[in-house]
Design a protein around this ligand. Structure first.
Ligand code: GUN
Ligand code: FE
Length: 435
């Protein structure tokens, strides 16, 4: 254990939102403390050519579901029937802990193989299985925010008895006490009320209170699908809650806030966007899932005008891969579709450098971890991904241009391999079959 150096072309997100390209770069870090000591340009004569090696910061996936990984690629109708027919039956299997362990290991290793070093994830409704997911994340060394899924009503769809509101809260608090800020701060507990359709107002209110008192993050789903939005609205109306929109359910229960991650957010009116903005909540864009489940197309640029922070998430198994590069691609393609559907076509399409920034420093910022991770800087933790380009790589791009190199990462996955992943200076074993 000592100092270690990596050499290559560095793609580094900067504080002003751009991506810096450092050719013939090096990163020196301390394997013991896990901290980056120096980043810069080498005297190119002293090192062997590293033109085909790239170094990027570990990526941040802000929304995914651990128990759903075995369910990727299963085409179905839209969100609600998909949950009922594919997803809920799969999640119920997490009551078997040896199965939960196997899937959790597969999930975290798969994310790491794609260069994701920080992931925000839903476990299942089971306390014990959530505990197992944390245990596996600890053993592997990944940075993760994990939460027990909270559901206290079944919509007559969930094939297992659901815990009561009080049990949901107690189990979550117990898990938070055990795991929050553990493994040198790499693991955090996140309160996880699934979505308004599976949570009573009481559960949402209590969750918001407990989470905010303890300074925890909260994650949930909002306005993902038109039938879902209608269903939730009628559900709360029947219970005589005075809530004009689904966002008002989260406003009324105090779920909205600086540390609240709202996945999807496709069908929001201007007043709802205003509520979200005022609350400081973050929107997590899940473009792969939005296409796979025919949910729709999130108007990224329009939301930017509200100055709401937007992050990216793979949303496995609504999304069919844990690859953030794939997610970036669908974010760009979605921005084109939004323009096509809008006669005025007023917005510039998303750029590779932008979505890469959002998937690294931007994601870290949303998690209030941007002092620690998200870019390659002195004193930050050495969360690094080494990518080796194949000979074909340079055929497709301008090696002197960050946007062009990122285009290859995003659109041409067969031209490179993700070779090594480090978290806090320690190389992660990317194998999972042997365990
Ligand atoms: N809404 C409520 N639960 C889920 C889920 O598991 N996946 C997606 N995509 N949306 C949801
Ligand atoms: Fe989701």
């Amino acid at each position: 254990m000592g100092k270690k150096e990596l050499f290559g072309t560095i793609l580094n997100p900067t504080k002003n939102g751009s991506v810096e390209l450092i050719k013939n770069g090096f990163v020196e870090f301390d394997e013991k403390t896990g901290k980056i000591l120096k980043v810069g340009k080498t005297n190119s004569k002293t090192v062997k050519s590293t033109e085909n090696v790239f170094i990027i910061p570990g990526m941040v996936d802000l929304h995914s579901h651990i128990p759903q990984l075995p369910g990727v690629g299963k085409n179905a109708d839209e969100l609600l029937p998909w949950l009922k027919n594919h997803i809920f039956p799969l999640e119920v299997r997490f009551s078997q802990l040896d199965y939960a362990e196997k899937v959790s290991r597969f999930f975290f290793k798969e994310a790491l193989r794609f260069g994701t070093t920080t992931i925000v994830a839903y476990a299942s409704v089971h306390k014990e299985a959530t505990d197992v997911a944390f245990e596996v994340a600890k053993e592997i060394g990944i940075r993760a925010f994990i939460g027990k899924v909270m559901m206290d009503r079944d919509m007559k769809r969930y094939p297992e008895e659901l815990p009561l509101m009080s049990r949901n809260i107690k189990d979550s608090i117990d898990l938070a006490k055990k795991w929050h800020n553990s493994n040198q701060g790499r693991l955090q507990y996140i309160f996880t009320p699934r979505f308004a359709a599976s949570c009573t107002m009481k559960l949402l209110e209590k969750t918001a209170k407990v989470a905010k008192e303890g300074g925890f993050y909260i994650q949930t789903h909002l306005a993902e699908n038109q039938s879902e939005v209608k269903f939730i609205k009628s559900l709360f109306e029947r219970e005589r809650h005075r809530v004009p929109t689904n966002t008002h359910i989260f406003k009324k229960s105090d779920i909205l806030g600086e540390k609240t991650l709202l996945a999807h957010c496709l069908y929001l009116s201007p007043p709802e966007l205003q509520l979200i903005k005022e609350s400081g909540s973050k929107i997590i864009h899940c473009p792969t899932s939005n296409i796979f489940l025919q949910s729709g197309f999130m108007p990224y640029r329009r939301y930017e005008t509200y100055e709401i922070p937007i992050g990216l998430g793979t949303d496995v198994a609504g999304g069919y891969t844990l690859s953030m590069f794939n997610c970036m691609r669908d974010a760009i393609e979605t921005s084109k579709i939004v323009n096509l559907l809008n006669d005025n076509r007023p917005y510039p399409i998303l750029q590779p450098t932008e979505v890469f920034w959002v998937s690294t420093l931007g994601g870290a910022k949303i998690l209030q971890l941007d002092e620690k991770i998200g870019s390659i800087e002195e004193n930050k933790d050495a969360d690094l991904v080494v990518i080796k380009a194949k000979p074909s790589f340079s055929f497709y791009c301008n090696m002197d241009d960050a946007n062009s190199i990122l285009q290859n990462f995003i659109y041409l996955p067969t031209t490179y391999n993700i070779e090594k992943v480090f978290i806090a200076g320690k190389e992660i074993d990317l194998n999972y079959e042997q365990n």
